[in-house]
Design a binder for this molecule. Structure first.
Ligand SMILES: O=P(O)(O)OC[C@H]1O[C@H](OP(=O)(O)OP(=O)(O)O)[C@H](O)[C@@H]1O
Ligand SMILES: Nc1nc2[nH]cnc2c(=O)[nH]1
Length: 182
């Protein structure tokens, strides 16, 4: 059964993703070159393909950690309740942190996690996201590094799921509404 048949249109294709990772990797390499062993924290599960591709374009000694965070418990809207399902093991106190995300939508996930990491004593906390959906915000939030700004559509692929499916599509596409309205 093909996954592609459920996609209305491709929003960010494989070539565009490649170019975004190269561009952001160069920018981050330049901005973080004088910082001591920054920690890139991926927010599972959606971050996986993006973090993996982006990190290979960062030419610096960085550490990579993960936190498993979720607020979308099935369906296409945020529950508003950001749950940490698995925390990281390393202390962030005094460290420069770069959070890697697949998407910033309502802003709830990142607002919660940035506040938490600052409360734990991180020296700096910045965000790199593949997708930014500013029209979805319910909390003001501006990620520092953005791959591409997208319209207010529910998207899947390249890490992003609908009910845990579609994360393995190699591109980002708009899901046909009949998939989530049926
Ligand atoms: O800006 P927001 O409205 O908070 O949405 C962004 C979050 O939503 C998705 O995660 P989700 O909760 O679906 O978990 P997942 O990464 O495991 O799919 C995505 O990976 C972001 O973390
Ligand atoms: N799959 C998916 N997850 C999200 N989390 C927040 N916005 C989105 C979205 O558009 N698609």
């Amino acid at each position: 059964m093909s996954l592609a048949k459920d996609i209305k249109s491709i929003l960010v294709n494989e070539q565009q993703i490649k170019e975004i990772c190269e561009r952001l990797g160069k920018e981050i390499t330049n901005d973080y070159k004088s910082k001591e062993r920054p920690i890139m924290i991926g927010l599972l599960k959606g971050c996986v393909p993006f973090l993996s591709d982006l990190a290979r374009h960062i030419d610096l000694p960085i550490e990579i950690e993960y936190m498993d965070v979720s607020s979308y418990h099935g369906g296409i809207s945020s529950s508003g309740d950001v749950k940490i399902r698995k925390d990281m093991n390393t202390s962030v106190a005094g460290r420069d942190i770069l959070i890697a995300e697949d998407i910033v939508d309502t802003g709830r996930t990142l607002d919660t996690i940035v506040k938490l990491l600052k409360h734990r004593g991180a020296k700096s906390v910045e965000i790199v996201t593949l997708l930014d959906k500013p029209a979805g915000r319910v909390i003001p939030f501006e990620p520092k590094y953005v791959g591409v700004t997208i319209p207010k559509e529910f998207v899947v692929g390249y890490g992003l799921d609908y009910e845990e499916i579609y994360r393995n599509l190699p591109y980002v596409g708009i899901l046909k509404p009949e998939i989530y309205t049926k």
